[in-house]
Design a protein around this ligand. Structure first.
Ligand code: 6PG
Length: 243
C-alpha cells in the first residue's frame, strides 16, 4: 500500500505549498458539487506550517462553506498548549473568516470533566459527523505519522481491529497526555482523499521501515489507512525521504 499509493515529494516549503494548493482545489471542487467542504485535520507539529499556508489562502479559499473537523484530540482543556484545538485555532482558524458553527472541536471536556463520562464525548462527536457529513465521508482528511507508526490517535496495541464500526473512539497513548479521542479507521477510510504528511530528517528511519513492513494495523497503525473508495496520497519532504 505504501508503495502503490500516490506520493508527492519536495523540499518542505514547496511540499507544504503543494498540499495547501491540493486542499484548496479539493475545497473548490466539493463546494461546486455539493455546496460544502468537510475537512478533518490532525494535531502534532508537522501540520503547523500547512496551517500558516492555508491561512495565506484567506481570501480565495471557500472558508464560508468549509467545515473543519478534528482527526484527534488530547484529553486536556482547550486552553492548554497540548490541546490540538488550541493549536488549530492559533495557527489557522483565528486568521480566516470561517463561521464559528462550521468549526467542530472534539468534546473532550464535558461538564468540566475530561473524557471520563464513558464514551459520551466520542458518541456525541460521532453523532455530529453522521448528522452533518454526507455518508460520513469527509472530503479531505489530513494525517501525520508518529515514530512508532501511529496515526491520528491510533497507537500500536490500541486494539484497533476491535473498534468495529464506531467512527470516534477514546484511545490510550503511550506518550503524555495518555487519554485521547480519535477518528477510527472506519471514519478515515471512508474519506474521498486522505493525505499523510511526513516531514523532517527525524522521520527518515520511519519511512525506511514503513517501506519494508507488511500491513499490520495493530502493530503499525498507519498501515491501516486504506480509503475504500477514495485516494491516499503521501506527502513526504526530502529530509524524511532521503535522510
Ligand atoms: C497528535 C496527532 C498525531 C500526529 C503524529 C505526528 O495529536 O499527536 O494527530 O497522530 O499526527 O504524532 O506528529 P508530528 O507531526 O508532531 O510528528
Amino acid at each position: 500500500k505504501f508503495r502503490s499509493a500516490d506520493m508527492v515529494s519536495a523540499w518542505s516549503e514547496e511540499l507544504v505549498e503543494r498540499l495547501a494548493a491540493d486542499i484548496h482545489e479539493a475545497a473548490e471542487a466539493a463546494v461546486r458539487k455539493g455546496g460544502v467542504f468537510h475537512l478533518a485535520l490532525s494535531g502534532g507539529s508537522s501540520p503547523l506550517a500547512l496551517f500558516h499556508r492555508l491561512a495565506l489562502h484567506h481570501f480565495s479559499f471557500p472558508w464560508r462553506d468549509t467545515h473543519v473537523w478534528m482527526v484527534d484530540e488530547r484529553c486536556v482543556p482547550p486552553t492548554e498548549l497540548e490541546s490540538n484545538f488550541n493549536s488549530l485555532h492559533d495557527h489557522l482558524l483565528q486568521h480566516v473568516r470561517i463561521p464559528y458553527y462550521n468549526i467542530h472541536p472534539m468534546p473532550v471536556q464535558l461538564n468540566q470533566r475530561l473524557c471520563v463520562e464513558e464514551d459520551a464525548g466520542a458518541l456525541l462527536y460521532e453523532k455530529e459527523v453522521r448528522n452533518l457529513v454526507n455518508g460520513s465521508s469527509f472530503h479531505f482528511v489530513l494525517l501525520g505519522v508518529g515514530y512508532d507508526g501511529h496515526t491520528a490517535s491510533l497507537f500500536p496495541g490500541s486494539k484497533i481491529s476491535e473498534l468495529g464500526d464506531s467512527l470516534v473512539a477514546l484511545t490510550e497513548s503511550p506518550i503524555k497526555p495518555h487519554q485521547r479521542m480519535s477518528l477510527t479507521f472506519s471514519a478515515i477510510n471512508q474519506a474521498r482523499t486522505v493525505a499523510l504528511l511526513v516531514m523532517g530528517k527525524g522521520k527518515h528511519e520511519l519511512i525506511t521501515q514503513l517501506s519494508r513492513v507488511k500491513d499490520n494495523p495493530d502493530k503499525w497503525p498507519v498501515t491501516g489507512v486504506d480509503p475504500a473508495d477514495g485516494k491516499l496520497v503521501w506527502y513526504i519532504d526530502y529530509d524524511a525521504l532521503l535522510g
